[in-house]
Design a protein around this ligand. Structure first.
Ligand code: SAM
Ligand code: SF4
Length: 445
């Protein structure tokens, strides 16, 4: 009988992409999908290591799942547990030390080996080599459909910010070939995609090449890749995430200015507004450089909106440093943002710094920054009330005849309609704003 599987995903969009690829690989290899982890013969946990909370959530789920597996075994039923993703890569030995019911620990660049491991029952538990080339060339054609899809184009990071585990869990920077990405994008578009989000831990450092007609090597950076993909007629929207401020070049700004398919929304994490903290973080830019870059982009691309990530309470951050971050937020005016309390990660240089910020201060700063960022998001959103905007509808809403889509600036929009709107871009009049979602009515197609 076919074995069944279920994948639970923690963390970022790159993990979501890997989970989808594992799903496709297993279906391609004759496995069938189960409804949930407990009902599966193969339970796969695709883990995140970026902050302590994310990895602790995984360990507690793993604890529950292994008790379930033991009980199943008492009834003579079998279950295999596979731990994949960034916790697997960073602390595979710790995973099996903490839980002996795990069958395989598979790093993010070994996921292509999962079908074989399950079929041949390998004696080796830990599989954590960095095999990017093999990974991406092993994926079968995607069978998933959807109006908005994503493609990992770049993996790993060479920047080594002092707080971050990514260079250790995802390895060196690797860019997929243009041909491979183009073929994948074309297939997604044929399956109904109108929007593609290009993913990478450091997507703006994407760097590959093609050979032109005279067999001359041509370098392809992110802006050129966006340009190439925009030649797919049915592809209407291109996005990318996540960029590093040091990698944003004039080519990319120009591409935003000239390529209407490239959405005017840029997630550009600054992390802190204090030069002292940015230096300690090894971010390789100053707050002045960041603000100048934002102003340059705003000047060239009139409707560009920005979002960012912030870390509060990096070791040694004083009230004055934190105030500088708040000042930077005032200067930029973000459309939306994510903010996190600093979380020491094993193996990172920052985790060795002793000058930690106490929990009450961390909480106070997080509340303060989130209040400010939410106010900015509210102000940005209010500028759209009573205006018309193009919305790409991607999903059904929770209510009857309700559909959900996104504006070019990623704001969710809810609309009622008796005909199916999924896969359509429509002009919507924005009537109401509740929390961070819009409600509107259709004006025209
Ligand atoms: N490559 C992106 C960049 O350079 O900004 C960031 C990618 S990282 C996967 C996503 C976000 O997680 C970061 O921007 C940062 O704000 C947050 N993050 C990473 N490590 C963290 C840590 N140790 N504690 C708290 N937040 C962290
Ligand atoms: Fe982590 Fe981003 Fe820094 Fe790379 S650039 S180390 S992914 S925060």
């Amino acid at each position: 009988m076919d074995q069944s599987f279920f994948v639970k995903t923690y963390g970022c969009q790159m993990n979501q992409y890997d989970s989808e690829k594992i799903d496709e690989l297993l279906v391609h290899n004759g496995f069938k999908k189960a409804k949930n982890l407990e009902m599966s013969d193969v339970a796969i946990l695709n883990t995140c290591h970026i902050r302590e909370k994310a990895s602790e959530k995984f360990y507690s789920d793993l604890g529950r799942l292994s008790i379930f597996k033991k009980n199943k075994e008492k009834l003579g039923e079998k279950m295999q547990i596979v731990v994949m993703g960034c916790v697997a890569q960073a602390e595979g030995h710790e995973v099996i030390k903490r839980n002996s019911m795990v069958d395989y620990v598979v790093g993010p660049q070994n996921i292509q080996s999962i079908p074989k491991l399950l079929k041949t029952k390998s004696n080796e538990t830990i599989h954590t080599s960095f095999l990017c080339d093999q990974k991406f060339s092993s994926f079968p054609k995607s069978y998933h459909e959807g109006a908005s899809r994503q493609i990992t184009i770049q993996e790993g990071c060479d920047k080594f910010c002092s707080f971050c585990v990514v260079p250790y869990t995802r390895g060196n920077e690797y860019s997929r070939s243009v041909e491979e990405i183009y073929v994948e994008a074309k297939n997604l578009v044929e399956n109904g995609a109108m929007e593609i989000n290009l993913l990478g831990q450091n997507v703006s450092s994407y760097n590959s090449h093609v050979f032109d007609k005279s067999k001359k090597k041509k370098l392809i950076n992110l802006s050129k890749l966006c340009n190439i993909l925009s030649s797919l007629p049915k592809l209407k929207r291109i996005r990318y995430i996540t960029s590093h401020p040091s990698d944003i070049n004039d080519d990319l700004i120009l591409e935003h200015k000239n390529n209407k398919k490239l959405m005017p929304y840029l997630h550009l994490p600054v992390q802190s507004g204090s030069n002292k903290i940015l230096k300690k973080m090894n971010r390789k830019y100053s707050k002045e450089k960041y603000i100048n870059l934002i102003n340059k982009i705003k000047y060239e691309v009139k409707n560009m909106a920005f979002s960012s990530d912030f870390i509060v309470g990096y070791p040694g951050e004083t009230d004055d440093d934190f105030q500088e971050t708040l000042d930077l937020i005032d200067k930029v005016a973000f459309a939306s943002s994510y903010s996190f309390k600093y979380s020491p990660r094993p193996g990172t240089p920052a985790s060795l710094i002793e000058d930690k910020i106490d929990e009450p201060t961390l909480n106070k700063r997080l509340n303060k920054i989130q209040k400010k960022l939410n106010e900015q998001q509210q102000i940005f959103n209010e500028t759209f009330l009573d205006k018309e905007i193009d919305v790409l509808f991607t999903n059904l809403g929770k209510k009857n005849n309700q559909f959900v889509g996104r504006t070019p600036f990623l704001q969710p929009v809810h609309v009622f309609s008796s005909s199916d709107l999924v896969g359509k871009i429509l002009k919507i009049k924005i009537e109401r704003l509740t929390s961070f979602s819009f409600h509107g009515k259709i004006l025209s197609s």
